[in-house]
Design a protein around this ligand. Structure first.
Ligand code: HEC
Ligand code: HEC
Length: 451
């Protein structure tokens, strides 16, 4: 190569203006999804100032938890009950919201607000394609009946607006809020289906970690962990290989409500029992997917357990083994679930590793448009890098808090450094994003055999 060509190539590399790779085929729903995104994060429906993003923020895996809540300013619309006199009583319990991330829900009707309510954690809205359908119809929300009318994800937004967006406790449509239009419901649905993974896992994965690999085996073993009976492929659906009268994303009473010493009960605040699905409830709750679990605690419908290890250990206790679901497992397999300390940690390690793998997948997906320069605006590029950085922080946290895969953690730390540098850089964004992707890939190769 002539020196001048080398010089130009060098300069081009320096400023990062390489020939961009062709962008992937655009999603035919891209416009609708973008419209849904705008509504999800910006539309208040003429209500109290909240948006869907108030409780489902993209930068925190579409959930809120006490640590995230503590980072918000006091005038954030999440806290309307603290500063809007019309919502002071019987709308939220600010103490339980701040201390345990609990949100008030009037799932059994709005006729006795002082006594008829439940307090629930915020579930994420990722991977919804695979966590709603059952042979009995769609199952949304912790008890599977969170959506008014036809029970679909599309209708869910209408219920959320009435519950969370109102200006007063009268909840009159057209006065206290406006209801979403059909076009808005379509856009919100398309946006929500676009979030997170678009594929189920197929277990077993060729995991490299000794501990996580054993955890996976216990998880899938129907005579030991028995987890894959209800969380098939670590998702939200019942195991199709087990003959059962109903299929898909099912409801069970696993006895979470019967746990002794639940944190929120220790406060002395009024915490009515949550009767789950239906009015009156049958005590059952809907099975959540576990791939997204490790970085979206606290766990279960009432945020009763803070750690993923504790959530696995829950299945050893009396609350589960005496529950209707525990009894079903006992009848089907001749015994309950009874894992020892090492085994609990192994299953949790497996859940940590599959969560990190999903975060790595998402980080790469977020970095790619920046590497390819196929994003639309500077602002959008910064947002993608910001979210990629947050996913990477989660991967680091999820692995290192379990003492897992220190080499992968080093690659992820380097990926995070490069991603942050890309955010600050003016000319080398794309180049740095590509380097960050390489580090993510190296981290992944530490966790799982890659072909
Ligand atoms: C004040 C907080 C808050 C706001 C605002 C909020 N949500 Fe939620 N969201 C929750 C809680 C709590 C649940 C659990 C509800 C249940 O169990 O029925 C939930 C559940 C969901 C689910 C069910 C997820 C699943 O896995 O089944 C979806 C979907 C959802 N919300 C979408 C929305 C949309 C769309 C909006 C805006 C129109 C919205 N949310 C606004 C707190 C909130
Ligand atoms: C009988 C079906 C069933 C079996 C077996 C089962 N689960 Fe679950 N799992 C559920 C249901 C239902 C919930 C939601 C319960 C609630 O919130 O009240 C749940 C919730 C969870 C959660 C909380 C997820 C979150 O995001 O809050 C974790 C973690 C979990 N299960 C792990 C496991 C593990 C590990 C095993 C095996 C040791 C297992 N499950 C076995 C049905 C089951």
């Amino acid at each position: 190569m002539k020196p001048i060509v080398v010089l130009i190539c060098g300069l081009l590399l320096l400023v990062g203006c390489h020939t961009p790779a062709p962008p992937p085929t655009p999603d035919p729903d891209a416009e609708l999804i973008e419209k849904g995104r705008q509504i999800f994060f910006n539309e208040t429906f003429d209500g109290n100032g909240r948006t869907c993003g108030t409780c489902h923020p993209a930068e925190n895996n579409f959930v809120i938890d006490p640590a995230f809540i503590a980072s918000l300013p006091d005038d954030d619309p999440l806290f309307v009950a603290e500063f809007n006199p019309a919502l002071k009583e019987n709308f939220e319990n600010p103490r339980l919201m701040r201390e345990f991330g609990l949100i008030t829900e009037n799932l059994d009707g709005f006729d006795d607000l002082a006594n008829k309510f439940t307090l629930r954690g915020v579930p994420h809205t990722l991977g919804l394609r695979f966590t709603i359908d059952s042979s009995l119809g769609p199952r949304t929300g912790w008890s599977g009946d969170g959506s008014p009318g036809d029970g679909s994800l599309r209708s869910f937004a209408t219920g959320a607006v009435i519950q969370h967006f109102t200006k007063t406790l009268n909840r009159v449509a057209g006065v206290d809020f406006r209801l979403p239009t059909n076009a808005e419901l379509d856009a919100l649905e398309a946006f929500q289906f676009s979030l997170g993974r678009q594929q189920e896992l197929t277990l077993p994965l060729p995991l490299k970690g000794t501990v996580a690999n054993r955890g996976q085996a216990i998880f899938n073993d129907l005579t030991l962990g028995k987890c894959s009976a209800c969380h098939f492929n670590a998702g939200a659906n019942f195991n199709p290989n087990i003959p059962f009268p109903v299929t898909g994303n099912l409801n069970f009473n696993t006895g979470v409500e019967d746990l002794p010493d639940q944190p929120q009960d220790l406060t002395g605040e009024l915490v009515p029992p949550d009767d789950g699905f239906g009015i009156p409830g049958d005590g059952t709750f809907n099975t959540p997917a576990l791939i997204e679990a490790a970085d979206t605690g606290p766990f279960f419908h009432n945020n009763a357990i803070e750690t993923i290890e504790g959530s696995v250990a829950f299945y050893n206790g009396d609350a589960f083994n005496n529950s209707p679901a525990g009894q079903l497992i006992q009848q089907a397999t001749g015994s309950g679930i009874n894992l020892d300390g090492t085994q609990v940690v192994e299953v949790a390690a497996f859940l940590r590793v599959i969560n990190a793998l999903e975060n790595i997948r998402q980080s790469i997906e977020l970095l790619e448009p920046v590497a390819r320069k196929s994003h639309q605006t500077v602002e959008q590029g910064l947002q993608l890098l910001d979210l990629a950085g947050r996913e990477t922080e989660d991967s680091i946290m999820v692995l290192s808090a379990g003492g897992l895969h220190p080499e992968a953690v080093q690659h992820l730390k380097e990926a995070l450094r490069l991603t942050r540098k890309a955010k600050r850089s003016i000319f080398s964004k794309s180049h740095l994003a590509r380097q960050a992707i390489e580090q993510q890939q190296k981290a992944r190769a530490e966790l799982v055999e890659t072909s």
